[in-house]
Design a protein around this ligand. Structure first.
Ligand code: GLN
Length: 402
């Protein structure tokens, strides 16, 4: 677009962010026929019972709009699941909104609760969507660093990020991209600041059931004083391996739910009705479903860690979610984008450049994120390709520099 057209037709809010790097990596992976360990979506089938339930729902004619804030059976199923797992009593009529995936849940929540001069706090690195989410809603952001290897934050830095203008903190646990699972004492510090500064906590808990090595997920909503100031965003995508269904939900106190429902109604009207119906079955899956989900991901995590380590990458071991962050400094890399392009085009494996999880320029340039929501054979194939990088076929010295 010419500058003149840009000035005339491009909204300022759009200029502030770029397209998703994660999704761009998928396009590059397809173009170069690379094994896609970039965008986090399963390459294995969704559970048969869910596919059958979705097909049945279409055949039984759940084909028109559901109630805008979610079909009653699905909202009831969501309430029942939070009661079962967290002893949390929710009112499906006033505290639950079904949305088109947690992506819509997050942006609808921010649009409903923040104004341009409100500050939004987030931990860095962060899932890339939160950047544009915040940009679309507010002009001010504050970052709190999570430091490797354990991705801990400095309590003083967290406190310093809060001030009179702070409206919300975005929390994501289990955390994408690091795999950090926030501990109770960390959640308590966040909760205390939210109360002291009268702010909201908007929490993305999409990986709640994907936990390793005894890690426990605690919704911050369950901590004392947090019920009235927490907006919990979640979805079916990762727990039920249906990232393309785009069915998510937002739990919030009734007054906030009313605002979020208004935004949601005019953004999307509603999530796909037959898939909401299939969601009723998903949310009623027995305990064994969740334990085998975590056990299968544990196996994949360990397999990928072995492959990455054998290829000479230095890995941070995730306690949850399905990503491994690696430090690629030993490859002599100073630009993660160059490294990733080389990985996709020459090695045949796609991953996500670390810098896409940071706002500060230059940060994350020695980090790369691999996902492992894949069949073991896919991970093995990636492992074979990555190992060649070490054996000299594709030595670090060959990396283009720019
Ligand atoms: N959450 C996934 C990831 O981080 C998928 C992102 C997306 O494209 N919606 O890779």
């Amino acid at each position: 677009m010419s500058d003149e057209r840009n000035n005339r037709f491009r909204a300022a809010r759009v200029s502030r962010f770029t397209e998703s790097v994660i999704r761009e990596m998928t396009r590059l992976a397809i173009r170069h026929k690379a094994v896609n360990l970039a965008q986090g979506f399963p390459d294995f089938p969704a559970p048969d019972v869910l596919k059958e339930a979705a097909a049945r729902a279409v055949a039984e004619d759940y084909n028109q709009y559901a109630i805008t804030w979610g079909s009653k059976p699905l909202r009831d199923a969501i309430a029942a699941k939070y009661l079962r797992f967290y002893s949390l009593e929710l009112d499906p009529e006033r505290e639950i909104t079904v949305v088109c995936g947690s992506t819509e849940g997050m942006i609808a929540s921010l649009l409903a609760t923040t104004n341009p001069d409100d500050e939004i706090v987030m931990f860095e690195p962060f899932y890339e969507n939160y950047g544009p989410d915040a940009d679309l809603c507010s002009d001010r952001r504050r970052y709190v660093s999570l430091s490797p290897p354990n991705w801990e934050f400095d309590p003083a830095e967290l406190r310093a990020a809060f001030g009179p203008r702070t409206k919300a903190i975005i929390l994501n646990s289990p955390h994408n991209p690091t795999g950090k699972v926030f501990h109770l004492h960390e959640l308590e510090q966040i909760a205390a600041l939210c109360q002291e500064f009268n702010t909201l906590c908007i929490t993305d808990e999409i990986y709640e059931h994907i936990l390793y090595d005894g890690a426990v997920h605690i919704p911050i909503l369950t901590l004392p004083g947090m019920r009235e100031r927490t907006i919990l965003v979640n979805s079916m995508s990762k727990t039920y391996s249906v990232t393309g269904w785009r069915v998510g939900w937002v739990l919030a106190p009734p007054d906030l739910t009313a605002s979020i429902r208004k935004v949601h109604d005019f953004l999307t009207v509603g999530a796909a009705a037959p898939l909401q119906q299939a969601g009723v079955l998903a949310l009623s899956m027995p305990d064994e479903y969740y334990s085998s989900l975590a056990a299968n991901y544990l196996q994949r995590r360990d397999l990928l860690l072995d492959h990455l380590t054998a290829a000479g990458l230095s890995c941070f071991r995730p306690a949850g979610a399905y990503y491994v962050m690696c430090d690629v400094a030993s490859f002599g890399v100073s630009d993660d984008l160059v490294f990733i392009c080389h990985l996709i085009e020459k090695v045949g494996v796609a991953a996500v450049p670390g810098s896409s999880f940071f706002a500060s320029s230059g940060a994350g340039a020695q980090l790369v994120r691999f996902c492992f929501c894949n069949k073991c054979e896919t991970l093995d194939q990636a492992g074979r390709l990555l190992r060649r990088m070490r054996s000299g076929d594709l030595h670090a010295a060959e990396l283009p520099t720019s």
